[in-house]
Ligand binder design. Structure first.
Ligand code: PAF
Length: 275
């Protein structure tokens, strides 16, 4: 496996690849969720490139950029053992020159939900992903459905900018206790983790209510709120939206998402159900 840290070397490496390229952008601290993206990319493509870059522009001023978990050695070993062809690990200086052209996310999708609480977040995500796409020129790029809003906004970027890349959303991977894998889960104490389990439990309940035939959003939301009112869990949102992230009154199979964001201790957690 090649470990690449400069733009120049990455360009040269990419020029040598003549068959399909799958790309898995990450911020490192790789877990089973990332592993599933890598596995899918390897299955679909002749070559798989993973990037590891904790992108400063998508963190707000009071967020956890400095504390964000980093374990490069472990990540490189995991990539190698998973069959990745190249891992791209640039420095901040390599990626950014200072005063740069940036993209704003769409007004309707970029400043609601995660974008409401973190108004600069999606501009940072679009900036780094577009740069990585320009450099790596993948045929397909793999993202976890756990970051539902990110997936939908990136699909819109691909469509609005006519980029010849297919975004492949991959299912959420959960730990044995049901919590969706996230690099930030390591911040949780055992007690906090127990509280956090209310989130996947609520998702499971909502799945059951839907299977029982409930489609009215007001009814589903009030059932969900009951599950989520719990000591130690600070709820930001629990909401049903369509794929444009607009409010809906009834859910529709294949067209709706139930999204949750909550804080437990100092850790912000998100989870969702693609209906
Ligand atoms: O989902 C993530 O880990 C990040 O937002 C991404 C897509 C790697 C961009 O930094």
């Amino acid at each position: 496996m090649k470990v690449i840290s400069t733009i120049k070397e990455m360009r040269e490496y990419r020029l040598c690849l003549t068959q399909s390229v799958g790309f898995v952008p990450t911020m490192g601290a790789l877990h089973k969720g990332h592993q599933s993206l890598i596995k899918q990319s390897i299955q679909d493509n002749a070559h798989t490139i993973v990037s590891i870059f904790v992108n400063p522009t998508q963190f707000g001023a009071n967020e956890d950029f400095d504390a964000y978990p980093r374990d490069l050695e472990k990540d490189i070993t995991l990539c190698e053992q998973s069959g990745v062809d190249a891992v791209f690990i640039p420095s901040v200086e390599e990626m950014y020159c200072g005063d740069e052209i940036t993209l704003n996310p769409p007004k309707k999708m970029g400043y609601v939900l995660e974008g409401f609480d973190r108004p600069t977040h999606f501009a940072g995500v679009l900036q780094v992903v577009l740069k990585l796409f320009s450099l790596i020129q993948p045929h397909r790029a793999y993202f976890g459905q756990k970051d539902a809003q990110q997936v939908l906004i990136l699909q819109k970027m691909i469509s609005d900018l006519f980029l010849p890349i297919v975004i492949v959303p991959c299912p959420i991977v959960r730990d044995d206790d049901g919590l969706a894998f996230s690099s930030r889960n390591i911040y949780l104490s055992p007690k906090e983790r127990e509280i956090a389990l209310r989130i996947p439990q609520t998702i499971q309940r909502v799945r059951t209510y839907i299977a029982q035939g409930i489609t009215q959003v007001s009814q589903l939301e009030s059932l969900a709120f009951k599950e989520l009112s719990y000591d130690g869990l600070m709820l930001f949102y629990a909401t049903f939206r369509n794929h444009q992230l607009e409010y809906i009154t009834h859910i529709e199979q294949g067209k709706s998402i139930f999204l949750i964001a909550a804080k437990v201790g100092k850790t912000r957690l998100i989870d969702n159900l693609w209906i």
